[in-house]
Design a binder for this molecule. Structure first.
Ligand SMILES: Nc1nc2c(ncn2[C@@H]2O[C@H](COP(=O)(O)OP(=O)(O)OP(=O)(O)O)[C@@H](O)[C@H]2O)c(=O)[nH]1
Ligand SMILES: [Mg+2]
Length: 314
């Protein structure tokens, strides 16, 4: 097992095997059928990820409520969180990330919905997503597919149209962003009332595991140059693990012009321009569990062009 898997806190037996939760086994059986479920449970990655310890969750639990004033009456309603999950060829990661998201929300009594935005992935991700919808219910898993690969920025915009929550959480579906950090995002937002909480790899307690030197260099350089050129007031501008007030995200999306990966950086720069408050939670980012990165040299060039454009216009 690579070092990075240990960094997310793998609970293992002495012989190296890890115990898989019953709930996950059930979901896998629904998604893949009994035989494939059996095969998958033998895989180290699934076992390791599902057995992640929650030792970083130090905040108190409890139902997240807020006061709503309607027709002069004050009623307490449960706050809802919408997760936007863009997918392209994430057939193997999707059941794990959805399982962990649902477990995290239920454990903390948080109302939620998960919106899967799949761009007609050739690996059949949407078929798995449909089975997850059967397992968890149509009110919990919403499918908003698109006919082809139209880019990450527009995937968020597309998913946001269907979000019914008060807050929106964005994360990658490849397990680089572990749902165990969501409770800290939610608590920090509740405590401070801020508009955005962003995960950061570049502050004390945060980190990146599993990337090679080149990948780290590209990410750090992009982040560093953005810091000195645009002063975004946030230590991790290229990360996409964030929580937004829904109306704030709607405003930001309307003000952004980029469509690809640079979208995340533009969002945080626009947030500062528009005077929104941003708080940070250090996160451990691990390399994707299954599948391949979709970052292309075109996306990297797109990032630099976007950075220069923002530098020239802000
Ligand atoms: N719907 C949709 N999702 C996408 C598209 N491109 C990437 N994604 C998803 O967006 C998330 C981030 O993509 P990744 O390929 O993991 O990119 P990354 O995290 O920046 O790169 P790695 O660190 O190498 O994994 C993943 O959940 C992808 O499946 C797209 O064009 N459409
Ligand atoms: Mg990724």
């Amino acid at each position: 097992m690579r070092k990075l898997k240990c960094e997310v806190g793998v609970a293992q037996d002495a012989d190296g095997s890890a115990i898989v939760e019953q709930g996950y086994t059930k979901v896998l059986a629904t998604v893949y059928g009994p035989r494939e479920c059996e095969n998958r449970l033998k895989r180290t990655n699934d076992r390791a990820i599902i057995s992640c310890s929650y030792n970083k969750a130090t905040f108190s639990s409890g139902v997240h409520m807020r006061k709503m004033i309607t027709d002069k009456k004050s009623t307490e309603v449960m706050v809802k969180y919408s997760v936007l999950l863009p997918t392209y060829n994430e057939v193997d990661n999707l059941p794990i990330i959805v399982y962990l998201l649902v477990r995290e929300f239920k454990k903390n009594d948080i109302d939620f919905e998960i919106i899967v935005i799949d761009d007609n992935s050739p690996d059949g991700t949407i078929e798995v997503a449909k089975k997850l919808q059967t397992a968890y219910g149509e009110d919990r898993i919403l499918l908003r597919p698109r006919p082809g690969k139209l880019g990450l920025g527009t995937a968020y915009i597309h998913g946001l149209k269907s979000a019914t929550g008060d807050f929106v959480i964005i994360l990658d579906a490849d397990m680089s962003h572990h749902p165990k950090f969501i409770k800290q995002f939610v608590d920090l937002q509740c405590e401070t009332g801020c508009d955005i909480v962003t995960g950061t790899r570049y502050r004390n307690g945060g980190g990146v595991f599993g990337w090679d030197f080149m990948r780290k260099l590209i990410s750090c350089t992009a982040n560093y140059l953005t810091q000195i050129m645009l002063w975004p007031g946030c230590s991790d501008v290229t990360g996409s693990f964030r929580l937004y007030k829904k109306e704030v995200l709607e405003q930001l999306v309307a003000s952004c012009i980029s469509k690809g990966y640079v979208f995340q950086m533009e969002m945080i720069v626009r947030a500062k321009q528009l005077g929104f408050t941003v708080k940070e939670v250090p996160i451990t980012f691990v390399d994707r569990v299954y599948g391949e990165s979709k970052i292309t040299s075109k996306e990297i060039i797109g990032f630099w062009m976007g950075l220069l454009k923002l530098f020239a216009t802000t």
